[in-house]
Design a protein around this ligand. Structure first.
Ligand code: SAH
Ligand code: SF4
Ligand code: F3S
Length: 466
């Protein structure tokens, strides 16, 4: 029997890349590849890359520099290290990677993962291989499911891609070019995947897509299924206790989805809804096709339906032509909406996108200043949110042992890590936890008996945090 080959996949960028990296490992498992946690002893290293901002793309080349040394030292030991670049940088600048980085054997884009065994064979035969086509077939029809032990090793929460690609063409964004046109997976396949995950112990599923609420998958009866209906269907699967979805676009939040937030207990009361800017002029230049007030209104409707809802968002500062007044409009929107937290970025001109060609680019120093100001405001809102959690009773899904003996860590409905003292047998279980302490990144609390067993708060099992 041949020695199993070792595979190391490193993911950059969004959650879809994390999901894709798992699928690549699952595709290569029948080929005799086992996963390892470092590049040092690997036979095949795949960098699953992100092209969203310049910094993200640059990381690939610095990582490739390190891998070149590793490849050379493997060669002196008589071993071959195959280096592959996958993901959005591969899609956007595949040929350039091959030119700039002679140690790379294989380059392939996000729509080619199912062809990975063939590509490896081609690289073996021809020296190098590249595949950045958008094939007519969908990779999802070919990707094998993960083995049960692998699903279990990955934990009690899982991502599931339900939609990929984007037709929105925001003027700053590379995603429509790297991931291609929007396409939705059929409902039957999504249901089958979630049923399988549930059978392997997964309790929480996050549905992912670049534009996840634009989902319109083909239902089992041939009709078109919107996201709300899909969520209600998945909530019926035995074992699935929690659902989330990300990332959404404000234009695609429909009435049905809002009602799902009102009615479906399994849908967690946290929503990531990127807005990018609070200035109508900038939103228009970004081709977001909604105004700041449209965003305020949609949040208002969601909160009326689900008063416990916490909202997170993404912001870009220093988009071309952004004035002080535009930036102040963004700060006003943040004040008005009140976010649990947010990601914020300096605008990064991306090759091939319309905004990169605009004349009035904002100086770096102005971008830095605005970013700092915006982040300070978000930090204050986040600190308030964390403080407001004190004393509250949250259902926590326990995920793994903590760093200290006797400690376990789970997630609140708002995705905050929650640390308690408790037995590892609680991993995979959901328990009410009284929050006793709140740090900037974590909550601490005590596990309480389930509500029907609970007389009053002294029924707690263990104490920690203070
Ligand atoms: N589909 C999501 C966003 C995906 S990209 C949406 O519609 O909002 C994730 C985030 O990266 C974006 O929300 C945006 O804030 C940021 N981003 C995208 N392109 C960028 C660029 N060129 N410069 C800076 N930030 C960018
Ligand atoms: Fe990019 Fe806009 Fe599509 Fe989001 S909606 S992926 S920001 S083009
Ligand atoms: Fe990056 Fe591609 Fe995701 S550019 S954010 S890895 S879709």
């Amino acid at each position: 029997m041949t020695r199993p080959r070792k595979l190391f996949v490193k993911s950059y960028g969004c959650q879809m890349n994390v999901y894709d990296s798992h699928r690549m490992a699952d595709t290569l498992a029948p080929e005799g590849f086992v996963e390892t946690t470092t590049a040092d002893d690997a036979d095949l290293v795949i960098l699953n890359t992100c092209h969203i901002r310049e910094k993200a793309a640059e990381k690939v080349y610095s990582e490739l520099g390190r891998l070149r040394l590793l490849k050379n030292s493997a060669r002196t030991q008589g071993r071959k290290l195959t280096i592959a670049v996958a993901g959005c940088v591969a899609q956007a600048e595949g040929e350039e990677i091959l030119r700039r980085a002679p140690m790379v054997d294989l380059v392939f884009g996000p729509q080619s993962y199912h062809r990975l065994p063939d590509l490896l064979a081609r690289a073996e035969r021809d020296g190098r291989a590249i595949d950045t086509e958008f094939p007519a077939e969908t990779k999802f029809d070919f990707l094998p499911a993960a083995a049960g032990d692998k699903v279990r090793a990955r934990g009690v929460t899982a991502f599931v891609t339900i939609q990929e690609g984007c037709d929105k063409f925001c003027t700053f964004c590379v995603v429509p070019y790297t991931r291609g046109a929007e396409s939705a997976r059929p409902v039957a396949r999504i249901v089958a995947e979630v049923e399988r995950l549930a059978a392997c112990g997964v309790r929480e599923v996050t549905l992912i897509g670049q534009n996840v609420n634009a989902f319109h998958g083909e239902d089992i009866d041939g009709s078109t299924c919107p996201l709300g209906r899909l969520l209600r269907r998945l909530a019926e699967i035995s074992g699935i206790a929690r659902l989330r979805y990300t990332t959404s676009h404000p234009r695609d939040i429909d009435g049905d989805l809002i009602e799902t937030h009102r009615d479906l207990n399994a849908l967690m009361p946290q929503l990531h809804l990127p807005v990018q800017s609070g200035s109508d002029r900038i939103l228009k230049a970004m081709n977001r096709r909604h105004t700041a007030d449209d965003y305020r209104r949609v949040i208002e409707r969601l909160r009326r339906a689900q008063p416990a809802l916490a909202v997170t968002s993404d912001f870009i500062v220093g988009f071309p032509g952004e004035t002080d007044a535009d930036f102040e409009a963004t700060l006003r929107l943040i004040e008005d909406v009140g976010f649990m937290t947010a990601f914020s970025f300096k605008y990064s001109p991306r090759p091939g996108t319309p905004a990169s060609e605009l004349a009035d680019q904002v100086p770096e120093s102005v971008k830095s200043e605005r970013l700092q100001q915006l982040q300070a405001l978000i930090l204050r809102q986040n600190a308030r949110f964390q403080r407001d959690c004190l004393g509250r009773l949250f259902d926590v899904l326990f995920e793994k042992p903590g760093r200290h003996a006797g400690q376990i860590v789970g997630r609140s409905p708002y995705l905050q890590p929650v640390q308690v003292l408790g037995p590892e047998t609680l991993i995979g279980e959901i328990r009410p936890v009284r929050i006793t302490d709140a740090g900037p990144n974590s909550l601490f609390g005590v596990v309480c008996a389930p509500p029907h067993e609970r007389q009053h708060d002294t029924a707690c099992l263990a104490a920690t945090g203070a």
